[in-house]
Design a protein around this ligand. Structure first.
Ligand code: OGA
Ligand code: MN
Length: 293
């Protein structure tokens, strides 16, 4: 079997088939998936249900796994492996959690456009989300291509954005929803903000990227209000419908995306219905390191 790709959008995203992700991949198959990710940035795999252990083993073939926001604490863990991130609204018995549970707040924050873990350095590369149980309506995940967004930026804005840096903070999305008082000083200090240029090169494709999203808290060297307004304008530009692909989940789907070239967000659904997905996120492994590994 070999990897087959069917483009899903004018700019990015493809449906991938021909490989069984629950078995170890041969080096040539891994290289083919990486090349497909470099080009398409989002790969949709249908009919690949997996056990938690299989998902961890599969994802580890693409680099070390990143625990996401687990350091912040305050959650009951449902996953059997620390590397699996529980993207669900349910308790350990599979029952929907009450609205004021921190996990529900995190799930709502995932409905704001973001790049996973852009608030950390070194960077992360891929996220892989596997669907287990889905609600009767809503709950799609939408993606945008930040390379296409950069290319379409008016020349005046390109000139302005080149050389600008933004501060990304882990709890900014949550604070956007909750206000400042949702977290203790200790929690606020666990993951210090990091700085990324707003204009970056996507390592896989060599293309230019408009690296924005809800984790951006401010622009360095710019007044707070002016910086926030520019961040909002850039995000509005990047998330226009022509740059968007919406994934309608079925159980057993696995979607991989490159956080260095895309933003994503979940869509609303009925929080009284269970929705269960599981995510892994890879630390970035640069090509030189990958060749040695
Ligand atoms: C994620 C995420 C959105 C969704 O898993 O990183 O943002 O639709 N998920 O659940
Ligand atoms: Mn996410």
């Amino acid at each position: 079997m070999s990897l087959t790709l069917r483009p899903l959008h004018q700019h990015f995203a493809a449906e991938a088939s021909g490989l069984d992700l629950t078995r170890p991949l041969a080096p040539a198959e891994i290289a083919a998936v990486v090349a497909a990710m470099d080009q398409h940035a989002v790969l949709v795999w249908r009919g690949q249900p997996m056990e938690q252990e299989q998902q961890v083993a599969m994802a580890k073939q693409f680099g070390p796994l990143n625990p996401g926001l687990k350091k912040i604490g305050g959650r009951v863990e449902r996953m059997r492996d620390m590397a699996l991130i529980d993207i669900s609204n349910v308790d350990p018995d599979g029952m929907p959690l009450p609205r004021d549970n921190p996990k529900i707040v995190s799930g709502l924050a995932n409905q704001l456009w973001h790049s996973d873990s852009s608030f950390q350095a070194p960077a992360v590369s891929y996220s892989m989300l596997s669907a287990v149980k889905l609600p009767s309506w809503g709950g799609e995940t939408e993606y945008v291509d930040l390379r296409a967004a950069w290319d379409a930026l008016p020349e005046r804005l390109k000139r302005k954005v080149r050389g600008l840096e933004a501060e990304h903070f882990a709890l900014h999305s949550r604070i956007t929803l909750l206000g400042d008082d949702g977290y203790t000083p200790d929690q606020l200090a666990v993951l210090p903000a990091v700085v990324w240029p707003l204009h970056r090169i996507h390592p896989g494709s060599g293309r230019e990227v408009l690296f924005c999203g809800i984790h951006c808290r401010r622009i360095l060297g710019m007044g707070v209000a002016e910086g926030k307004m520019l961040l909002l304008d850039l995000l509005e530009h990047a998330t226009q419908p022509q740059f968007r692909h919406s994934h309608q989940w079925q159980p057993g789907d696995l979607v991989m995306w490159d956080n260095r070239a895309t933003l994503h967000r979940g869509r609303a659904y009925d929080l009284d219905e269970p929705r269960e997905l599981r995510r892994t996120t890879n630390d970035e492994v640069l090509e030189a390191a990958r060749a040695v590994a």
